[in-house]
Design a protein around this ligand. Structure first.
Ligand code: KIV
Length: 258
């Protein structure tokens, strides 16, 4: 197993894992000093491209952004999200995952669980490709947003699903919008790190969409903490630029060639 992946697994019992998304080199370069894992998420569809949901993003677009993110990443483990329909069966998954690793030089790929695709994970891992699982609210195959694992039967299903994914060989597992009691149980019974998004402090690590955390996406569900309102800061900055241009304060002499 690759060293970066071994390190992520070994941190489960030591400290919380820090993970964020990146779609560009400059953001990845900053995150690289702070994150254990950087995810090139299909959330770029909504957060970056303004698409209605994550289902319209293509593999080519994810690959292009991942190539850029890789340029800003050296220490962190780089995980690339596989878009919908790119891992429908093992044959398709194998072809696309080989392409992703070849072009992006990433460390791992992430596959959303549909409750049935464990064998695809197992076969990819057997070929030597590290896979991160993703359960709970999985946007690629859920119609409407809803917290998961609140009812007893849902909890049972999620626990079974997480154990199947672990058995298939995934090195970590994203838990999205799963009830606190359920994510706590999953974290306790699995031996690979659980990375929560809207799934309580009991996960082994946390991930957020960076654009949500910095206040750029305008998306603010309950589980997001906005650490800075970058949109407000940028509004002020661009207003100042506009005023300077209109009043001919910019460019000044020092910004001109003589
Ligand atoms: O696409 C993404 O950014 C994700 C995270 C929300 C985990 O899958």
């Amino acid at each position: 197993m690759r060293n970066k992946i071994k390190r992520i697994i070994s941190l489960k019992s030591k400290r919380k894992l820090v993970c964020l998304t990146a779609y560009s080199k400059p953001i990845a370069k900053i995150l690289d000093n702070h994150c254990d894992m950087i995810l090139v998420g299909d959330s770029m569809a909504t957060a970056f491209y303004g698409m209605e949901n994550t289902k319209s993003i293509s593999l080519k677009t994810i690959i292009n952004h991942s190539i850029a993110v890789k340029k800003g990443t050296s220490k962190s483990t780089l995980v690339v999200d596989m878009p919908i329909n790119t891992y429908k069966n093992f044959k398709i998954a194998k072809k696309n995952v080989i392409e992703v690793f070849k072009q992006t030089k990433c460390d791992a790929v992430k596959l959303e669980s549909n409750g049935k695709n464990f064998d695809i994970i197992r076969k990819l891992v057997k070929l030597g490709f590290p896979v991160m699982g993703h359960i709970g609210y999985t946007p690629q195959n859920k119609k409407k947003f809803e917290p998961q694992g609140i009812k007893k039967d849902e909890e049972k299903k999620l626990i079974k699903e997480s154990l199947e994914i672990e058995k298939a060989g995934a090195f970590s597992l994203v838990l999205e919008c799963i009830a606190e009691k359920t994510s706590k149980k999953i974290t306790n019974i699995t031996s690979v790190p659980t990375i929560g998004i809207g799934s309580s402090k009991f996960c082994d690590g946390q991930i957020l969409v960076t654009d949500d955390l910095i206040g750029l996406s305008g998306f603010k569900p309950k589980f997001v903490k906005k650490y800075i309102n970058l949109k407000k800061i940028l509004e002020k900055t661009f207003t100042k630029f506009k005023t300077d241009v209109l009043k001919q304060k910019f460019p000044a002499k020092k910004n001109s060639y003589n």
